[in-house]
Design a protein around this ligand. Structure first.
Ligand code: KG4
Ligand code: ZN
Length: 336
């Protein structure tokens, strides 16, 4: 990537339940502060949109101040402000976007609304600054499971996606069935560590194209837990669930790469923090002689640094958003 803005920018991420601010200067992440609302939402077993928006209002300015302090940068030094403006929870997004726009107006700087998934894609540069298109990107998060062919910065083609639940949702809902608190993905992974992934036969969708389906698994998990009750071998069951989520992801992704003759793969998003997933993708990549990259662990789940990476590249191309540009709950990836 040759078109980084060389001056520091401030990035804000508030699309779901993390309030995050980062200072990014060219390809360098000078700070990345994340305040999680998880404990606030745990008592409801999931994210409550109104509660999330309110918590973002409370956390935003302290998080921005900490990001500036950690980077030893002042607001006057910031050359541009950006925030995730789509897709996500509208009330939550509005908090970060209003903050970025207000700073930009006050300091007479440009502002940019960033697509959350474009952030996840380029989080890969946080650990692999030399990765270059063309590559296939599998985004696996709590809200999304998408296969995107990246043929340049801003050049994205959606090759496949989930037709029902996202991979993170499958982890979280299965974890909930096992009585684990929200978000249960990481806890389910821990429970699965010593389990036998072949112990329980659970459905793995086998779709003809490059799409994914995880709702059948969700129903089977619920039925099994309900029928077996206290006799359920929890570690074996968690390992089997994890296997049934990961296996189709690996299969469809490499099938899509083969059909498009792509040999470089990036796997991003919250679920890409899962070590079993990393190992399974690595085994298949080695078998096929493909290159495989993951973001650093701290850039897998939602964070503002990945938004800043995209902001720095977009500002570097001379792009900026209109102050009329609003937030949106759904949005296709932008195409330049
Ligand atoms: O990217 P992210 O922070 O938020 C969205 O954009 O949705 O992803 C959050 C998701 C949650 O579903 C969480 O349970 C899952 O990522 N997750 C994991 C792991 N760490 C986070 N799932 C499985 N194994 C993990 N280690
Ligand atoms: Zn995300």
């Amino acid at each position: 990537m040759k078109h980084w803005l060389e001056e520091p920018i401030l990035a804000i991420e508030t699309s779901c339940d993390e309030t995050s601010a980062a200072i990014v200067k060219g390809p360098n992440i000078l700070s990345n502060v994340i305040s999680s609302q998880i404990t606030t939402h745990q008592k409801w077993g999931g994210v409550v949109p109104e509660v999330a928006a309110r918590a973002h209002v409370e956390s935003l300015l302290p998080v921005v101040e900490e990001a500036l302090d950690n980077a030893k940068v002042t607001l006057e030094d910031v050359a541009g402000f950006c925030a995730t403006n789509r897709p996500g929870l509208v009330g939550a997004l509005s908090v970060g976007v209003s903050g970025a726009k207000s700073f930009a107006l006050y300091y007479d700087r440009p502002w940019l609304g960033i697509h959350h998934l474009e952030g996840h894609i380029w989080s890969i540069l946080g650990s692999n600054p030399n990765v270059k298109p063309n590559f296939m990107c599998l985004i696996v998060s709590g809200g999304h499971t998408e296969l995107v062919l990246v043929s340049g910065f801003g050049k994205y083609e959606l090759v496949g996606q989930t037709v029902d639940d996202a991979a993170g949702e499958a982890f979280d809902k299965s974890a909930r069935c096992l009585g684990l608190p929200y978000p249960g993905g990481k806890l389910l992974e821990e429970l699965a560590t010593n389990g036998n992934p072949g112990a329980y036969k659970l459905p793995q969708a086998n779709l003809a194209g490059f799409d994914f389906s995880l709702s059948g698994l969700k129903t089977a998990v619920w039925r099994q837990v309900d029928s077996e009750g206290a006799t359920l071998r929890r570690e074996d069951f968690a390992a089997s669930v994890q296997e049934s989520i990961i296996r189709p992801l690996v299969k469809q992704t490499f099938r899509a790469m083969e059909s498009r003759e792509i040999s470089v793969l990036c796997v991003c998003g919250g679920v890409s923090a899962n070590q079993k997933l990393r190992n399974e993708f690595q085994k298949e990549a080695d078998r096929r002689g493909a290159e495989l990259y993951f973001p650093p662990l701290e850039l897998c789940t939602d964070n503002a640094a990945m938004i800043g990476i995209v902001g720095s590249l977009r500002f570097g191309l001379g792009l900026k958003s209109s102050f009329d540009e609003d937030v949106s709950s759904q949005a296709d990836l932008p195409f330049l």
